[in-house]
Every structure is written in structure tokens, then in C-alpha cells.
Design a protein around this ligand. Structure first.
Ligand code: IDP
Ligand code: MG
Length: 137
């Protein structure tokens, strides 16, 4: 079994899509091991996306991610990292495959409804950013 860090981003929570996305996680075979509503500060969003700090979209991204409540989750499944990214679809909703979450629920390359870790090392770091070990089921 593998774990990944997922986020239901502020755009999706504000649009009352959290329930629909949680349902897709469960239907997709992911076990919920951690789940919390968080309203990130700007500094917390900057810390989470530190790898992107030189990118032109960093200021806008971190403003968006700290604009309202989001839901952070630890998902568990066989091959969870790859399978969660597959269910999310491509970063740009306009390029994401039909049936993926970003295609259905995202509204721009920035406001793309969900986050998923991209590798085992980043999954471990991102889970640790939001959850203490004792909080995980
Ligand atoms: P990912 O979320 O698919 O892994 P990353 O390249 O890691 O994509 O980018 C992190 C987040 O930054 C994206 O999910 C999206 O919200 C935002 N983002 C990525 N590329 C752009 C862009 O070109 N313009 C605006 N926002 C972007
Ligand atoms: Mg990424």
C-alpha cells in the first residue's frame, strides 16, 4: 500500500464540490487515512509550494491557495500516487481527459480543483507538512 497527499483546493470547496470529489476518491478505491479542513495562511501556501517559488505563477497560486478553506487528505491505495494523479487528470483542465476531476471541476490551469503528490519522496514530505503520524488512521 502507498500513501499520497491530496488537496481539495479552495475553488472546489467554495463551489460546494467537496462532497462530489470525496465520493470520487472512495469510488476510486482510495482509503481515507487523514482528512482536515484548513484555511492556509499565505506563508503556509508558500511553504507548501516552495518548489515553484521561481515560477511566474507563484504569487497568484499562493494567493489562491490561501483564499479560503481547503481540505487536505492522506489517501491510501496500491499505487496511490500514480492512480490519484490519473483520476485528477492533467494540470490544465482544458487538456485533462474526459471524466477526470480537473476536467469536470477545474476552471483554469490555476483553479484546477485538486492537488496530488507526484512521487514517493514528495508524498512523504507533503503528508508530513499537514499531518502528524498519530493523526493518520
Ligand atoms: P500539478 O498540480 O499537476 O502537479 P504543478 O506543475 O506542480 O502541477 O503546479 C502546481 C499548481 O500550480 C497547479 O496545480 C496549478 O494550480 C498551478 N499552476 C501550474 N501551472 C500553472 C500556470 O501555468 N499558470 C497558473 N497556475 C499554474
Ligand atoms: Mg505538482
Amino acid at each position: 500500500m502507498e500513501r499520497t497527499l491530496a488537496i481539495i483546493k479552495p475553488d472546489a470547496v467554495a463551489s460546494r464540490l467537496a462532497g462530489a470529489i470525496l465520493q470520487r476518491m472512495e469510488a476510486g478505491g482510495f482509503e481515507l487515512r487523514g482528512m482536515r479542513l484548513v484555511h492556509l495562511t499565505r506563508a503556509e501556501a508558500e511553504g507548501f509550494y516552495a518548489v515553484h517559488r521561481e515560477r511566474p505563477f507563484f504569487d497568484s497560486l499562493t494567493a489562491f491557495m490561501s483564499s479560503g478553506p481547503a481540505i487536505v487528505l492522506t489517501l491510501e491505495a496500491d499505487d496511490a500516487i500514480r492512480r490519484w494523479r490519473e483520476l485528477m487528470g492533467a494540470t490544465d483542465p482544458g487538456k485533462a481527459a474526459p471524466g477526470t476531476l480537473r476536467r469536470e471541476f477545474g476552471t483554469s490551469i490555476e483553479r484546477n480543483a485538486t492537488h496530488g503528490s507526484d512521487a514517493p519522496e514528495t508524498a512523504a514530505a507533503e503528508i508530513g507538512y499537514f499531518f502528524r503520524g498519530v493523526e493518520l488512521g
